[in-house]
Design a protein around this ligand. Structure first.
Ligand SMILES: Nc1nc2c(ncn2[C@@H]2O[C@H](COP(=O)(O)OP(=O)(O)O)[C@@H](O)[C@H]2O)c(=O)[nH]1
Ligand SMILES: [Mg+2]
Length: 298
């Protein structure tokens, strides 16, 4: 069922992306070529666009009548990869990874705050041990939000931070542990194997009791380049879900949809601003409705 409040939040966050698409609104003779151009401009996967436009030509007289069909197809594609949920009968370990500046630390803090507000017992792990500022940034957030944090000195093995934090999660009865990590370039193989070690450490420490998930944080401003990141990260270490950040500052938010569809990874959350509350659980229907609201309707 469509969640109107969520749709409204997505609509505000998608303003820049929508500005590109809304030009099609005034076009009185919105034809199938316009439809194709609009979908490509929306950074949707080319194969998907070709298939949808071909079917639309075959089944509809007017291109604008194909919009509901398009939305339905997109929602189906996005939902076919599954949905993120916590496994509430066990501790949940969420490990955030991604390139520098993607928004990992901010997202770790946002998620900690999000789950604390839902009355869950949250632990943060500062596994960005690469820079001194890495763990300090998260410590400041932890204090502000009022959640505990596990950290070690700069230069410590990030896998060992995650190992310790996972052990504490089990021993002290946390519902959820969220681990930040250092930014890593997907082209650097040593950093990629370190990522793998981090995930393995969490699995080992959790002794099969906790649910361990790895979430790749991607900046929507990268546009279709996020595809390279997602495939390189998922080749090196397991990636279970995507988190798209900076929807509010990007005009390429559609690329998150592409990454999810092409690489068959569900989007778990999206970042919609710089404030601590600016995070939303992804919902395919609300997101797609928000993206195409008012577009090509006449
Ligand atoms: N506008 C906007 N900025 C964001 C969002 N998420 C993160 N940022 C900003 O992106 C920058 C880098 O974030 P940070 O969490 O330090 O990235 P990290 O290197 O991956 O840990 C910071 O200035 C954040 O405030 C978002 O959803 N929207
Ligand atoms: Mg960081």
């Amino acid at each position: 069922m469509l969640n109107f409040e969520k749709k409204g939040i997505f609509e505000r966050a998608l303003i820049k992306t929508k500005q590109k698409l809304l030009g099609f609104i005034s076009s009185t003779k919105f034809d199938f070529e316009d439809l194709e151009e609009m979908l490509i401009l929306a950074d949707l996967p080319i194969e998907f666009v070709e298939e949808v436009v071909e079917n639309a030509r075959a089944n509809f007289v007017r291109a604008s009548d194909a919009i509901p069909y398009l939305k339905k197809k997109l929602i189906e594609e996005l939902e076919s990869n599954g949905k993120f949920t916590l496994e509430l009968d066990k501790p949940n370990i969420l490990i955030l990874t991604g390139v520098n500046g993607a928004g990992k630390t901010t997202t770790a803090a946002k998620l900690a705050n999000y789950y604390k507000k839902k009355n869950l017992k949250v632990l943060l792990a500062a596994a960005d041990t690469f820079r001194a500022a890495g763990s300090e940034q998260l410590e400041v957030w932890a204090e502000r939000i009022g959640v505990s944090i596990v950290s070690q000195q700069r230069g410590a093995d990030p896998a060992s931070v995650v190992f310790d934090a996972t052990k504490s999660t089990l021993a002290r009865g946390y519902d959820i542990m969220i681990a930040d990590s250092a930014g890593r370039l997907h082209t650097k193989s040593n950093l990629m194997s370190e990522m793998k070690k981090i995930v393995e450490a969490a699995k080992k420490a959790s002794e099969g009791v906790a649910s361990v998930k790895s979430l790749l944080v991607i900046d929507a401003n990268f546009g279709t380049n996020v595809l390279n990141q997602v495939s390189a990260f998922s080749e090196a270490a397991e990636v279970n879900f995507l988190i798209g950040t900076k929807l509010d500052s990007s005009s390429k938010a559609g690329s998150l949809i592409s990454a999810s569809i092409i690489l068959e990874k569900p989007i778990a959350f999206v970042g919609t601003g710089e404030n601590i509350d600016d995070i939303e659980e992804f919902d395919a229907e609300s997101f797609v409705e928000a993206l195409f609201e008012g577009v090509a309707e006449n």
